[in-house]
Design a protein around this ligand. Structure first.
Ligand code: SF4
Length: 522
């Protein structure tokens, strides 16, 4: 890859005397977090350090955490303890969304040497590789942390509760010497002051080396009442057009046949970029008639200025599915027919309490337009059950809407209260047993819809990309005499015989079995 050095201003005063030679990055959570993890790996590799095969073999382990649910926090804490047990001499650095949200909780866990929030993630290798006499040692809790409430806009304007380093300043917010009790360093500052965007392609699943995921947007300016993401990832910001074209062209030159574009709020790509920013970045193309570059036009530029065989667009919020975007996806054979449209709820009143910006009728309108334009497209959604105060009637509105709409898959989430978010203090939190039952009802409905969608392909031919996945063991394809593939419309496909990975081909569907299409190449 040809990306710029991640900390161009810091090199002159850095002196690395650390003996750390190997590193391992373990990622949790969404695609954006995985993409950040890839970028952190790139930072270490640019410093000449070697990746270790496992955390137990690394001298420095980075845990890149998620905090979207309480379960995600729990998983991160369990991983810290596991690594401390398996590799007591490793330096453990905890970063990511959980580190940004609750650094004090993490600093109190035995074995953690540094906590680096998203605010400083772009400097992670630099910070992580500095000379340190820190070793694994008992850690006591510290009160030097940035509570989520202090990161919320109202609180920030009233009472700045911490010293905020300038962007790019590699000093810790709380230098080790200032930290009471524990000697772990905490590097966290106001995420809303940050404008960096980590970018490095990442691959969709462990060992799958065929469909790189390129994060082109980070952060979010919305304030959905259940969501902690804006407070841990900051304002919406976009990778410049030139940088995106450069990354896609590099991936194409490396032989990749599909690139997945992703972001936290992908449809908002470009809203923070101005024509001047494009000029500064060396973009010589003529200005568009719009003040900000538009996501749809970015897609056109990628199609025009790269030879990427297939582009897949990950999740785009309902109101960003413009007629133009739908038509572009429908008419270009180089864009996968795959629309992921977060729904969250089918109830008007729940959507209002969630502070979502659309109403059910808007959502239905978008989905029906997508289906009318692309009869064979994958259409998926995120749906949340058990939001505070969700009544039986409101859940039934969601269930009915899911039933009525032509979804081909769903991601069903059970609401999890995130400290500091408005929803966490709403009355009438839904009992876990009820939320679990609602989740089951929607998952059953989604399974039936997915099966019907798969069966609608019987006897037809379909485009699919062959995968190289070791997820069922490296020798499994040889033993089972089939090749795993993914269709353009996001269905698993098992292709008879052996086929080289990373090839688009046409397959004839003969059966549906165990959640996959069975097919032969034509
Ligand atoms: S759109 Fe809402 S749910 Fe999505 S990241 Fe932004 S605040 Fe969170």
């Amino acid at each position: 890859m040809t990306g710029a050095t991640p900390f161009p201003n810091s090199a002159p005063f850095l002196r690395y005397t650390s003996s750390v030679a190997t590193f391992y990055v373990e990622n949790f959570g969404c695609r954006a977090t995985q993409a950040d993890g890839a970028s952190i790996e790139r930072q270490f590799e640019q410093q000449g350090f070697d990746p270790a095969a496992a955390p137990s073999e690394a001298e420095l382990v980075v845990l890149n955490t998620c905090t979207v649910t309480a379960a995600a926090d729990h998983d991160a804490r369990a991983a810290i303890r596991r690594i401390q047990r398996q590799n007591p001499n490793a330096q453990i650095i905890v970063t990511g969304c959980y580190a940004q949200r609750a650094p004090e909780e993490i600093a109190a866990i035995r074995g953690v040497t540094k906590v680096i929030g998203n605010s400083h993630k772009h400097l992670l290798a630099e910070i992580g590789l500095r000379t340190s006499d820190l070793g694994p040692q008992p850690i006591q809790a510290t009160d030097n942390f940035v509570p989520l409430s202090a990161l919320m806009p109202e609180a920030r304007s009233q009472k700045p509760s911490f010293r905020q380093p300038a962007t790019g300043d590699p000093r810790p917010l709380f230098p080790a010497s200032e930290v009471r009790g524990p000697r772990s360093e905490v590097w966290v500052s106001d995420i809303f002051a940050h404008t960096e965007l980590l970018a490095a392609p990442v691959f969709d699943a462990a060992n799958e080396r065929t469909r790189p995921n390129l994060k082109i947007q980070d952060g979010c300016n919305n304030r959905c009442s259940f969501c902690v993401i804006p407070y841990v990832r900051g304002k919406s910001r976009s990778l410049t057009t030139d940088r995106i074209l450069e990354e896609v062209n590099t991936l194409v030159a490396a032989g990749y046949q599909e690139v997945v574009l992703s972001g936290i709020n992908l449809g908002r790509w470009g809203r923070d970029l101005t024509r001047e920013a494009q000029v500064e970045s060396g973009d010589q193309r003529p200005p568009t008639s719009h003040r900000h570059p538009k996501f749809e036009n970015l897609i056109r530029l990628i199609l025009d200025h790269t030879a990427v065989p297939k582009l897949r667009i990950s999740s785009v919020e309902p109101m960003d599915w413009t007629d133009d975007l739908i038509s572009l996806m429908a008419t270009s054979p180089r864009i996968a027919k795959h629309a992921h449209v977060p729904m969250q709820s089918g109830s008007d009143t729940v959507l209002r309490r969630m502070h979502r910006k659309y109403r059910p009728k808007h959502y239905v309108d978008r989905i029906m337009k997508i289906r009318a334009a692309m009869p064979d497209a994958a259409i998926g959604a995120d749906v949340m059950v058990g939001f505070p105060g969700e009544t039986d009637r409101e859940f039934e509105e969601t269930r009915r809407m899911v039933d009525d709409l032509p979804f081909t898959y769903l991601h069903v989430f059970t609401y999890s209260a995130r400290p500091g978010t408005p929803a966490a203090s709403m009355p009438n939190q839904v009992h876990e047993r009820i939320a679990r039952e609602r989740n089951r009802i929607l998952r059953d409905l989604a399974s039936a819809k997915k099966l019907a969608f798969m069966q609608s392909h019987l006897g037809k031919s379909i485009e699919a990309i062959t995968l190289k996945s070791n997820s069922c063991g490296a020798s499994a394809p040889a033993r089972e005499n089939h090749t795993e593939a993914l269709t353009h419309n996001y269905l698993k496909l098992r292709l008879e015989g052996h086929h080289a990975p990373n090839r688009w081909l046409t397959a004839q569907v003969t059966n549906v079995d165990k959640g996959a299409l069975i097919a032969t190449a034509v």
